[in-house]
Every structure is written in structure tokens, then in C-alpha cells.
Write a protein that binds this ligand. Structure first.
Ligand SMILES: Cc1ncc(COP(=O)(O)O)c(C=O)c1O
Length: 438
């Protein structure tokens, strides 16, 4: 392969070469088996290499190679039916499909703006984002997100979005896991709305549980109920980005279901087709879609959106998740992983916290566990830990946004076994010790 010069566009890391993927493993050209503790990019929820999905993709390609996205095909129809019957809450029955998460989040932002415009509220053009977040790689999703590293070379030209702090219990300004943390973050949200003027705000965009930018950060109790209430009081749409957390990753169909709320617009991607095809979805209500349609506005599609082969892959992946009870398994194996991580790291001098829900878990590495002071950025700790683990044949996902750093994320396929979880944890411990010392 010409990887040294031509791929990727900018050389990144060690140019690892993988020739085959199967179950929870990645195989190198020399036949080495690497345990995929990151599920690729926290995507491969059902595991790699299922023949049944490949067959469905081949059949769809043969029967319906390409049909413009708004038309109906059997694969699209089947996916829509499956989503409605098995996955989406009744309130979010309208479906828009895209090729990936960034497009889906950006479409959701557009839908929020178009909805407010359709209601005659064009002045509602603010979308509030958060300090620590990732929503994608388009200009708008980069701008609204809070991923400092991924804004490098762009920040000067990005539109400025209003922003509130991401609830981060460990590093709450009131103190770690402070009992008033929820109120603190809710007050800040209300103040932001007041400052902007409530009638200028179209939507609040957030991940219910932070993905790799912060490393599986779960907000404090009551946060989401409080946010829902504030949004409702001000006519602000709640737009939840579940590109990473959706379709079972956190042990429920969607991450927001850990709390008694429903978003106005839900976005999900990665796990929808589990890495077998590029597809993501934007899910919303009849009420929002009808308002946009009644105002003679439309939501434009991408050429490859709702591609028949991708829809066919998604149907099989969703069926496998149900037939094999994999969402419950993500919950149970996630608990086990969290317990084992805590057993290994709860007294470790360089681990500030083990956190997460279901099979989205992370550790935060610090120089000083008591003061939570991080290692200097140029020590490049998380990347070195990931590299050490790769030498030991386990692939973890480095996280952080540049300001928050030295996060190692875990998002293995839901088929992961107890023995593989033990391997993950012992390799992670050895790798942290090798880089940071004990
Ligand atoms: C929460 C979240 N939103 C959006 C995206 C962007 O999705 P994609 O890379 O499919 O464009 C990601 C990708 O990691 C993500 O984790």
C-alpha cells in the first residue's frame, strides 16, 4: 500500500494497517489480533464481520443501486418501520437520514432554525452550544462544538456561537461532585438565555452524556429535567446529539432515556449501522416537520443520504441488536467494565476518575489525583497510553478536547466477553503505569 505518502491526507500516528476485522478483533497483515476496545470510533456496536449484514448490503446494491433520497424504496421503508416500531419514542416519529453524524447534527440545527422561521420567529437564530463537546466536522458543527483541538486553523474564521459550560461533576467550579452542581449549571444556562434574550434563542444543542471530547461525562442528577423545563418555558428546542450514545451504547436505546425527558430533535449515527455503512438519522416530531412543511420550506438531502444499501445494513444491525438483546448486554457488560476499572484504578495515583454509562466508559489521567492537576500537555500522556496499549494488542480511543486532556475512552462491541473486559482493564493498567509510573 502507498500509505507512507498518499494516505491519509495528513500523516497521523503510526499508519496502522488492518486487513480484516472480525467480532471484537482487528487483524494486522502479520496476523496479529488486536482487541477493539474502542469499537473503531465507538461505532462497531454489534461487532465486526457479520455475514448477514454483508448479504443484505449486497442484495440492496443489486436490487436498488441508487434512488434519489426522498423517494421510497423497500430498504428505506423497512428502516423507517423498524426505527418507529422498535427504537424511537412516539413523539419522534419523523425521520431524516444522512450519511454521517456531522451532517445529521448540522441538519438538526437547520431544522431548528427552519422551524422557528416557519413559526414567524426568524429572530430566534441563536443555537446555544457547550464548552466541552463535539458535534462534527462541518464548519457549523465545528463552530457550535467545544473541541478546541479540532478548531485549530479554523477558529479565526468560525461563526461564534453562544456557549455554556458542560456539566462536568469532577471539575465543577463549586468543587468535585458538589451537591449544588446541578443548580449551578442550570443557573448559568438561564443567565445565558437572559443575556441573549429568550426570544432570540432557537435551540440548545448538547450530548446527553459527553462522548470522547470529555470522556463519558454523565451530568449531575436533575440536570436534564431542569434543562427541559427551562427550554419549555422559553420556547427553545432541545436538540440532543446522540451520534455516539445512541442505539444502545449506554445500556438504553438512547442516552437521554436515563432521565425522564424527551428531546425535540434527536440525532444519532454511528451505532445505527454499527460501522457497516455510512448512515445517521435526525428524528423529530410531526409538529416540527409539519410546521416546516406548511410554511413551504424543505429540508434538503445529501445525494447519498438514505442510500438503499446503508438502509439495508441498518435494518440488519437493528434486528441483531434486538434478537441478541445487545442493549441489555451493553448495560450489563458496562457495569462489569466499570466495576473492574474501579477495582484497578480507584486508588491509582494518576487516575482522577473512572466514569461512564453502559459500554461508554473512560478514565481521566492526572498528574496529581488530589489537586486534579493534569500532566503538562506536551507530555502527550493519553496518546502515549493508547500507543502502549496497542503494543499490548488492545485499541483504546484517546479523548479530550485540548483543554480537557488525557482521557482514554472505551467503547467495545456489545458482544465483548468478561475475559476480554479483564484483558482491556489489565492492559490499560499496565499502559498507564508504563507511561505515568505507579
Ligand atoms: C457526539 C458526536 N456528534 C457528532 C459526531 C460527528 O459524526 P461523524 O464523524 O459521523 O460525522 C461525532 C463523531 O464522533 C460525535 O461523537
Amino acid at each position: 500500500m502507498t500509505s507512507e505518502t498518499n494516505w491519509p491526507f495528513i500523516k497521523y500516528g503510526d499508519n496502522t494497517e488492518i486487513v480484516r476485522t472480525k467480532g471484537a478483533y482487528l487483524e494486522t497483515p502479520k496476523g496479529s489480533q488486536i482487541l477493539d476496545a474502542a469499537g473503531g470510533a465507538i461505532v462497531a456496536n454489534i461487532g465486526h464481520g457479520r455475514a448477514r449484514v454483508a448479504k443484505a448490503v449486497a442484495k440492496a446494491t443489486l436490487n436498488c443501486t441508487f434512488v434519489v433520497p426522498p423517494w421510497i424504496t423497500p430498504q428505506r421503508q423497512e428502516l423507517v418501520e423498524r426505527l418507529q416500531s422498535d427504537w424511537l419514542p412516539e413523539e419522534l416519529s419523523r425521520i431524516h437520514l444522512t450519511c454521517g453524524g456531522s451532517e445529521a447534527v448540522e441538519t438538526a440545527m437547520k431544522i431548528a432554525l427552519q422551524y422557528q422561521c416557519a413559526k414567524g420567529e426568524e429572530q430566534r437564530c441563536n443555537i446555544i452550544g457547550r464548552t466541552l463537546s463535539y458535534h462534527g466536522t462541518t464548519l457549523a458543527t465545528t463552530a457550535v462544538g467545544g473541541h478546541t483541538l479540532r478548531k485549530a486553523g479554523l477558529a479565526h474564521a468560525l461563526e461564534v456561537y453562544p456557549r455554556v459550560q458542560t456539566p462536568y461533576p469532577l471539575r465543577c467550579p463549586l468543587g468535585p461532585h458538589h451537591p449544588d452542581a446541578t443548580q449551578y449549571y442550570l443557573d448559568e444556562f438561564s443567565e445565558c438565555i437572559d443575556r441573549l434574550g429568550a426570544n432570540t434563542v432557537a435551540a440548545y444543542l448538547a450530548e446527553p452524556i459527553i462522548g470522547s471530547s470529555g470522556g463519558a461525562i454523565v451530568p449531575p442528577d436533575g440536570y436534564w429535567q431542569g434543562i427541559r423545563e427551562i427550554c419549555d418555558n422559553h420556547g427553545i428546542l432541545l436538540l440532543l446529539d446522540e451520534v455516539m450514545t445512541g442505539f444502545g451504547r449506554t445500556g438504553k436505546n438512547f442516552g437521554y432515556q436515563h432521565w425522564p425527558i424527551t428531546p425535540d430533535i434527536l440525532v444519532s449515527g454511528k451505532g445505527l449501522a454499527g460501522g457497516y455503512a455510512p448512515i445517521a438519522g435526525v428524528f423529530s416530531s410531526d409538529h416540527i416537520a409539519n410546521a416546516i412543511g406548511d410554511a413551504n420550506l424543505n429540508v434538503m438531502f445529501h445525494t447519498y443520504a438514505a442510500h438503499p444499501a446503508a438502509c439495508a445494513a441498518a435494518v440488519e444491525v437493528l434486528d441483531i441488536l434486538k434478537e441478541e438483546n445487545l442493549v441489555d448486554r451493553a448495560r450489563d457488560m458496562g457495569k462489569l467494565l466499570n466495576t473492574r476499572l474501579n477495582d484497578a484504578f480507584s486508588n491509582h495515583p494518576h487516575i482522577a476518575e473512572v466514569r461512564g454509562k453502559g459500554l461508554l466508559q473512560a478514565i481521566e489521567i492526572v498528574q496529581n489525583r488530589d489537586s486534579l492537576e493534569p500532566f503538562p500537555a506536551d507530555r502527550n500522556i493519553a496518546n502515549r497510553v493508547v500507543k502502549e496499549a496497542m503494543r499490548r494488542k488492545v485499541f483504546f480511543y484517546g479523548g479530550g478536547n485540548g483543554d480537557v486532556r488525557d482521557i482514554v475512552c472505551m467503547g467495545p462491541p456489545f458482544i465483548i466477553t468478561e475475559k476480554e473486559i479483564d484483558t482491556m482493564v489489565s492492559v490499560l493498567l499496565d499502559s498507564v503505569d508504563a507511561v505515568c509510573g505507579k
